[in-house]
Write a protein of this length. Structure first.
Length: 260
């Protein structure tokens, strides 16, 4: 079984509010169908979620009444994006079922408090493709907060121990710094959890050129600790997701799990 995260910057145009990348998602749906694997799919929120979540400071928890309006507006937006992803999958005969995090999971000060894993398991057993996504959720300590897609990947991978985790990005993989801001950024085609930790320490000293890439590396680093191989690849380039799913070599970054 595979866990795939479709990044918000691939499925939406992050610079424009509510801009869904239909053609790219359609290509990815087709590749998922063609590969014919058991998959839990997780997608990010992109421009559908981040703009409102930031405006209402939802990740800081409940502080003022207007956030209630912001919480439900943000939820409606990510649910709308989820419906667009689901439609694309269904049009390509992937039998997807939406599992909204806010209804099956609760956090406690950003840490997992409870989650219903059974619902994922039962749908997988019946040959469905469960689809979940970055969402606003209840938080025991904070009232509410945000559950990101990367967090869901970590929690689900820890429980289901997939064969591989795949992050679909708008870049070829990981670099030693942010390639959009630093022309000396070097591509990393394979690495280990240990080496990633060292890279994080060196990136901390160059915060100006590394923002963006560092956040990604931080979450990959936590996942690498689970001893599962993780592949990062470019979702804008045709066939890369398909080839990674069937085990062919592609341009991308592979992060080998801890016990190597
Ligand atoms: C964020 O999810 C969820 C909300 C803002 C409600 P992600 O963090 O997984 O989204 P992307 O992939 O960065 O867009």
């Amino acid at each position: 079984m595979f866990i795939i995260k479709l990044g918000g910057s691939v499925i939406t145009d992050k610079s424009k509010k509510e801009c869904f990348q239909q053609d790219i998602v359609d290509n990815l749906s087709e590749e998922i169908k063609k590969a014919d694997k058991d998959i839990i799919l997780v997608h990010g929120a992109g421009s559908f979620g981040h703009i409102l979540a930031k405006k209402y400071k939802l990740n800081a928890g409940y502080k003022y009444d207007k956030q209630i309006e912001g919480f439900s507006a943000t939820h409606a937006m990510v649910q709308k994006l989820n419906t667009l992803v689901l439609e694309s999958l269904q049009n390509h005969r992937v039998h997807a079922v939406s599992i909204a995090p806010h209804s099956i999971l609760r956090l406690d000060n950003h840490i997992l408090d409870e989650i219903n894993y059974k619902v994922f398991k039962e749908y997988l057993n019946k040959s469905f493709t469960p689809v979940t996504f970055g969402d606003v959720v209840l938080d025991k300590k904070l009232g509410f907060s945000i559950c990101s897609g990367d967090f869901l990947v970590k929690v689900l991978a820890d429980h289901f121990k997939p064969e591989k985790i795949i992050f679909v990005l708008d870049e070829d993989g990981l670099y030693t710094s942010n390639p959009k801001m630093d022309e000396n950024a070097e591509f990393i085609d394979s690495t280990t959890a240990d080496k990633l930790k060292k890279l994080i320490t060196s990136l901390d000293n160059h915060a100006d050129v590394t923002m963006g890439m560092k956040g990604k590396i931080d979450s990959i680093n936590e996942i690498a600790g689970l001893n599962i191989d993780t592949i990062l690849l470019n979702g804008n380039k045709p066939e890369r997701l398909y080839k990674a799913l069937i085990g062919e070599k592609i341009k991308g970054t592979i992060v080998y799990g801890d016990n190597r």
